[in-house]
Design a binder for this molecule. Sequence first.
Ligand SMILES: *Cc1c(COP(=O)(O)O)cnc(C)c1O
Length: 385
Amino acid sequence: MDVRDIQICLGHDESGDTPFGASTPPIFETASFRYPSFQSLLDGLAAEHAHPVYSRGQNPTVEVLERKLAELERGEACKCFASGMGAIHAALMGLLEHGDHVVTLNQIYGPTLQALEHLQRFGVSHDRVLDLDPEAIERALTPATKILWIESPGTMTFRQLDIAAVVDLARARGITTVMDNSWATPLLQKPLTMGVDVVVHSASKYIGGHDDVVAGALVTRRELLQQIYYRAYLLGGAALGPFEAWLLIRGLRTLPARLEQQGRDASTLARFLSEHARVRRVFHPEHRPEEAELTTRQLAGVSGLFAFELDTEDFEEVRRTIDALRLFKPAVSWGGVGSVVISPNRGSNEAELREKRIPPGLIRLSVGLEGAESLVADLETALAQ
Ligand SMILES: *Cc1c(COP(=O)(O)O)cnc(C)c1O
């Protein structure tokens, strides 16, 4: 991890943001901001992205967080949202018009795909590409393709794609690349430095890190952010509240330490599972030898979310295994301090999963802070049943 990044997380960049030498920035819990004259208010309204006028636009506590996330991603500007989906929806609404086409690459977050399905009603079409070789990607691009939406490592199977190669393909055609970087956080992967145009985050995961806040962020060039700001953010209304921003600033304080332990423990668990007789395969960057070069080039480490495939296709066995775990709790979301487990298999969607190339025996683990020894023991007991 980068030393400067650790200092930003810890708050070494906040001196101008904390009056009275306070150790943390204040929470500006206010809806509006009062101006000394009507003309100065009008000036503020004329450039709302740059002035706190109303907290649906700018708020100073939220701005402290935005400056940190922009710097961590090595981007010019950041906007935070009331959820990851708020950020994703704003990116789509802010960048697309009627007639545009989107290509999604790799397994991507399900609700992002659902948002694209909905956008078909407004004349925006899309195609999904799961084969990651350059020819397959090129075949999916059309003259109307406006966005290449990528995720690496991808949802559920955690396969990586060659980000620089995708960026080259997109740039040659004037296509905007948008990447969901929630898995890695800016500490482990910096897509903008590899040429990606827009990074989106679900800050509800590692950045918040304590399962107590839902939030999102978008980092990009100033000019592109301004377009998304006025077309989608300000009108979409998914503004992040100042208290939630403060929770995320606090979450960042421990992000480097949490990621360090959770990544290390996930590696230990993945190794244990890869040698277990009931496990068909492990979906984790360190268990894909064909991606070793990508891992070295793109990732500064691994986070604590990965999956494995039970040696079965049977939903009942998946259900029983999940219910036999004691420390891993069945829950949605991930990246918090407590370990959680889920499977995309709902007992009725096996065919759909196979069509999406997700094995019905897949179980996803988010490794918390309980410690590798206890978590291995928990898996060992559950798999023995
Ligand atoms: C959770 C998640 C999102 C959506 O974020 P919310 O904060 O839940 O709206 C987007 N992308 C990925 C990869 C996620 O896991």
